[in-house]
Design a protein around this ligand. Structure first.
Ligand SMILES: N[C@H](CCC[C@H](N)C(=O)O)C(=O)O
Length: 276
């Protein structure tokens, strides 16, 4: 059985994108893990599946699997690549695309310059919606990681994020702290871990240790979660440039109850096929 796919990335966060509208293949977790392997398989941070919607108001359904085979609720960089993929494959003729995901429905807008804006929906801050174990919703929570006390924010963009403010992202032990924080007991579904260095009200540096993957070159939902966390602490304004190792995203959020809008590039690397 041949599986056709497109290799793409959003600021170096890389994806194997599979059209399950015109082809149909079963991809169990062990097969996903093998495909994710950069030596024995295609190699990716996430596998993105394009499917027909089950919600008649949506154009497509978008499923996301981490390199470890776990299915997750949302992927921001992947959403921009999803938009480019369905337009390039002529699976849709419009530049505004309504997409159903496990983490909530999102709207993708393809701009004339090739950049894509994604309405990522309203961030979820109530502990039970993240999910995060806490008595009440707060802007920050005290947490012990590896014997050290940290002040973190907890935000869901459909997927769970912890955000930790640091003085310098380049001097932060992201792998050590991220690997402990990802599995912290107060996040029942584990979490993505963002390390945010606030430069001023309109710009941050960010590194993200992703749930089920490890540190990636960029994380779209992580960028959204960091801006939400920073704004809730009065550190950031409505428009923020987020500098990630793989490039910069523009995030707009005008406060609680409003949607987060993420804008950035999407890149196709190559078309491929693999025998299953
Ligand atoms: N790279 C993705 C995030 C994937 C999130 C996944 N690691 C999870 O377990 O939630 C992004 O651009 O938003």
């Amino acid at each position: 059985m041949l599986l056709h796919f497109t290799k793409m990335h959003g600021l170096g966060n890389d994806f194997m994108v599979v059209d399950m509208v015109t082809q149909s293949v079963r991809l169990p977790p062990d097969k996903i893990r093998r495909l994710a392997d950069r030596r024995f398989g295609v190699g990716f941070d996430q596998l993105l599946i394009v499917e027909p919607p089950t919600d008649p108001d949506m154009d497509f359904r978008y499923r996301i699997f981490n390199a470890d085979g776990s299915e997750v609720e949302q992927c921001g960089n992947g959403a921009r690549c999803f938009a480019k993929f369905v337009r390039d494959k002529r699976l849709i003729g419009r530049d505004t695309i309504q997409v159903q995901t496990a983490g909530g429905n999102i709207e993708l807008i393809i701009h004339a310059n090739g950049e894509v804006s994604v309405n990522m929906g309203v961030p979820r801050l109530q502990p039970e919606d993240i999910p995060f174990r806490a008595q009440e919703q707060r802007a920050t929570y005290d947490l012990r990681i590896d014997g050290e006390e940290f002040e973190i924010s907890a935000v869901s963009m459909g997927n769970p994020h912890a955000v930790i403010q640091v003085d310098d992202v380049n001097r932060t032990p992201v792998a050590r702290l991220g690997s402990v924080m990802e599995k912290h007991g107060r996040f029942p579904k584990r979490c993505n871990v963002g390390f945010m260095q606030v430069l001023d009200q309109a710009e941050i540096n960010l590194r993200v240790f992703e749930r089920g993957v490890g540190e990636t070159l960029a994380c779209g939902t992580g960028a959204c979660a960091a801006v939400v966390a920073g704004r809730l602490q009065g550190l950031l304004g409505d428009e923020v440039r987020v500098n990630l190792p793989g490039g910069t995203l523009n995030i707009h959020w005008s406060g609680e109850g409003h949607s987060v809008i993420m804008t950035g590039t999407a890149t196709r690397v190559f078309e491929g096929q693999t025998r299953l």
